[in-house]
Design a protein. Structure first.
Length: 409
């Protein structure tokens, strides 16, 4: 944490006040590094007390020192609650700010940094709390109930576990998911990471030529609360979600806090077993394009191409976006939508080409079920988006009530 404070936070805050050497605004600096100095101070106090405890003739109790330190670690709660936004700012500035990128390269080469990235350093406070929890559990295993250190160690563990849950809340898990996706998908847009966005579902599919019906490429389609994103898979027989370094299924992203074993795990990327990691190490997903959910419709595919479906972009919505005043942001957004702009109607099948991955009749039924589930979630998500949009544009007047019910969508 000294590295995060001394090598990154302190110089960037100084540059923010220096017009000639400006790198990053003070608001961004404070949002990224928050109260890191308080964390450093708390840990230095813990270390100082441990030194005093080891002095000959000391009457301090190790358990009490641990308890005192953990109750002084309220500063961790504030840091962990803001680490998601910190990572978003860090990633965004790396994409758009050359001076910031140059600073990070220099800082990473600092002897004390040991080639660690800012992303790595920002997750370390959460990992430290996880290590405290594991250490205290191990100590209590070998400490009898009547030992003078037992009450202090027990109190310290309880407090450490309370703080660790901050590393396992829903927003942090969502951020971890998007960071893994951004890291795994070549040319993935930085705006993917958005605290108001949720991943609803994904489906592996084969994109087909709309006229000849011949297979074009293996893809994975990600459905978010506000967007549809298409990425190319390196092969038909690999799972797009697993290539993102995540477990196979969006439901894990929304799991309850109690289902996780520790706050430490929530900061570590999900990893497959060693053989799987080796087999996909050189394979990457490639970003093809995305579009706002409000601007795309999902249609049934051809009857002779079961199971298949089509994504058709709304020409009116797309052209309206194109008519916005010219700016770098608008141009960048349009570039990300080129895939759908170039061909507004795209045909997909959830079955791989027979010559690539032979499938049985029963497997076709499974692929059809996956397609039906994806379509159901697509229509439900779009209905909710439209409902929320209507509520925003036409707020209830005094005396009126809006009754929203999603279960029948």
């Amino acid at each position: 944490m000294n590295v995060l404070s001394d090598v990154f936070a302190r110089p960037l805050r100084a540059y923010a006040k220096d017009k000639r050497n400006f790198v990053l605004g003070l608001y961004e600096c404070n949002s990224m590094f928050m109260n890191i100095e308080m964390l450093v101070e708390a840990n230095q106090g813990f270390l100082d007390n441990l030194y005093r405890w080891r002095q000959p003739g000391s009457n301090l109790l190790f358990g009490d020192i641990c308890a005192t330190h953990m109750f002084r670690c309220e500063c961790y709660s504030k840091f962990l609650s803001g680490v998601e936004d910190a990572q978003i700012i860090n990633l965004r500035e790396q994409k758009i700010n050359p001076a910031y990128r140059a600073f990070l390269d220099r800082a990473k080469d600092h002897p004390e940094a040991k080639r660690q990235t800012l992303h790595d350093l920002l997750v370390q406070p959460g990992q430290r709390i996880g290590r405290y929890t594991m250490m205290l559990k191990e100590l209590l295993k070998y400490t009898s109930n009547d030992h003078p250190d037992y009450p202090g160690l027990s109190a310290a563990l309880k407090r450490a576990e309370e703080i660790a849950t901050m590393a396992d809340d829903t927003n942090t898990r969502l951020a971890k998911t998007f960071f893994n996706m951004h890291k795994s998908i070549e040319n993935c847009p930085a705006p993917l990471i958005n605290q108001n966005r949720h991943l609803i579902r994904h489906i592996d599919a084969t994109e087909l030529d709309i006229i000849s019906r011949k297979p074009l490429r293996p893809v994975t389609i990600f459905l978010f609360t506000d967007k549809v994103m298409v990425v190319r898979r390196p092969a038909y027989n690999v799972n797009g979600f697993e290539l993102c370094g995540l477990v196979n299924g969006p439901e894990v992203i929304m799991r309850t806090r109690s289902s996780s074993t520790s706050g430490l795990e929530s900061f570590l990327p999900k990893r497959n077993d060693k053989s799987k990691r080796n087999s996909v190490q050189e394979k990457r997903l490639k970003f093809k394009g995305w579009v706002g959910l409000e601007a795309v419709e999902l249609l049934d595919g051809s009857g002779d191409l079961l199971p298949s479906f089509m994504l058709q972009t709304n020409a009116t919505s797309m052209s309206a976006a194109a008519k916005q005043p010219a700016s770098p942001t608008v141009a960048a957004n349009m570039a990300l939508e080129n895939y759908f702009l170039e061909q507004p109607l795209r045909l997909f099948s959830t079955s791989p080409p027979q010559e690539e991955v032979p499938i049985t009749r029963s497997q076709i039924s499974v692929h059809n079920q996956k397609k039906e589930e994806f379509c159901k979630q697509f229509h439900k998500s779009k209905a909710i988006l439209n409902q929320n949009d209507s509520a925003t544009r036409f707020p209830a007047t005094k005396g009126q009530k809006h009754h929203h019910s999603h279960q029948n969508i």
